[in-house]
Unconditional design. Structure first.
Ligand code: ATP
Length: 365
């Protein structure tokens, strides 16, 4: 439980803004947890409450089983890496990485050894004599990460550490951070608004909205089984498609009806949906879980093609079904013209149904 982090009813307001609302969260030892959400949802504030950079209004923060709520950052066993990798420009890489240990008055030889070890782990062992101005952005960010890790923190806190890097470097550093975490196993909390980064890095993802965690789960679950319409719409490129449907029943058979189409339901859901006949629901389906038929066959949804975009490994169609616009991922070799009417078949098992008023997923399984 050395690196376990527990937040109990943590609340933080700035004047009238409730940045974090009574948040409960348990980050397991050695876990890589991503806080994901749109701008202003309270990710950074949550991280700063863990770090001790913000004083919580109420609630408690535990690190490694210790109540650290009243402790300053330096006493919490944490290290942080920010978006602006504030390395000292007048110090060499070696001096930058060893800074914290020098402040702690660790013996010189020990510092040298620890710096060398961590620099090699981050593949900047050859750069120890350079100054930050002689490094690329990615290398500078590695220095910042090395400087945090050399302190052997119980917990590593990262706030959008890759957002100042260009796209290619981001990809490389993302893979590097993943490898690094596997090797050192430090409990990590990572803030990002980039859902791809979250899916790629997180052991679990906490999706935040307006100061609250709306879903906390492993990446595949968050992607496949979003807890709310908001999560389905926030995660995935393109986001999940949504259609308004009504539960109907004919000859004892339950189905979902839209404007000029109907969709069969998963047999296991029939019983629960039978109690909801006439109710409006939101049907969610991912672009890749819709099959395209060149004509509108029996059981297919008639869709009007608006745009066809070839994207290399796939072709993305924007289509209109009734009043709804959907994105459909299809084979790049399929010839589809704008203006054409095609048939769509939804993969039954991949359909997600949400309550129309609350936006919450129905519990059907
Ligand atoms: P971003 O991705 O834009 O950094 P975030 O999810 O990290 O967003 P926070 O920075 O935690 O969000 O902010 C949450 C809310 O609290 C926002 O409405 C923000 O304006 C407000 N806030 C944060 N820090 C302060 C502060 N020091 N004073 C006043 N309001 C603040």
């Amino acid at each position: 439980m050395a690196g376990e982090i527990k937040l109990e009813g943590v609340r933080k307001t700035f004047g009238k803004v409730e940045a974090v609302k009574d948040l409960d969260l348990l980050v397991k030892e050695a876990e890589f947890l991503v806080l994901l959400g749109p701008s202003g949802c309270g990710k950074t504030t949550t991280l700063r409450c863990i770090a001790g950079l913000e004083r919580v209004d109420r609630g408690k923060v535990f690190i490694g089983g210790r109540d650290v709520t009243e402790l300053p950052p330096s006493k919490r066993g944490i290290a942080m890496v920010f978006q602006s990798y504030a390395v000292f420009p007048h110090m060499t890489v070696e001096k930058n990485i060893g800074f914290g240990l020098r402040m702690r008055h660790s013996p010189k030889e020990e510092i040298k050894k620890a710096v060398k070890e961590i620099a090699e782990l981050l593949q900047i062992g050859e750069l120890l004599d350079r100054y930050p101005s002689q490094l690329s952005g990615g290398q500078r960010q590695r220095v910042a990460v090395a400087r945090a890790l050399v302190m052997r923190p119980e917990v590593l806190l990262m706030d959008e550490p890759l957002s100042n890097l260009d796209a290619l470097l981001r990809l490389q550093m993302r893979a590097e951070l993943k490898r690094l975490h596997r090797e050192v196993g430090t409990t990590t909390v990572y803030v990002t608004h980039d859902q791809i980064e979250a899916l790629s890095l997180g052991d679990r993802i906490a999706v935040m909205r307006e100061g609250e965690i709306v879903q906390l789960d492993i990446p595949n679950q968050v992607y496949d089984k979003p807890a709310t319409v908001f999560v389905g719409g926030f995660i995935g490129t393109p986001p999940m498609n949504f259609l308004t449907v009504q539960v109907k029943s004919r000859d004892g058979q339950v189905y979902l009806a839209g404007g000029d189409f109907s969709v069969e339901v998963h047999p296991e859901w029939e019983e629960k949906l039978r109690e909801m006949v006439k109710k409006e629901l939101i049907l969610g389906i991912r672009a890749e879980n819709i099959e395209v038929r060149p004509t509108v066959e029996e059981g297919a949804l008639p869709a009007h093609v608006i745009v066809a975009e070839p994207l290399g490994s796939q072709q993305l169609l924007t289509v209109q079904v009734g009043n709804d616009i959907l994105k459909v991922a299809t084979n790049p070799d399929l010839t589809v013209q704008p203006g054409q009417t095609i048939g769509l078949v939804l993969t039954k098992e991949k359909i997600r149904l949400f309550n129309e008023e609350t936006g919450k997923a129905l519990k059907l399984e």
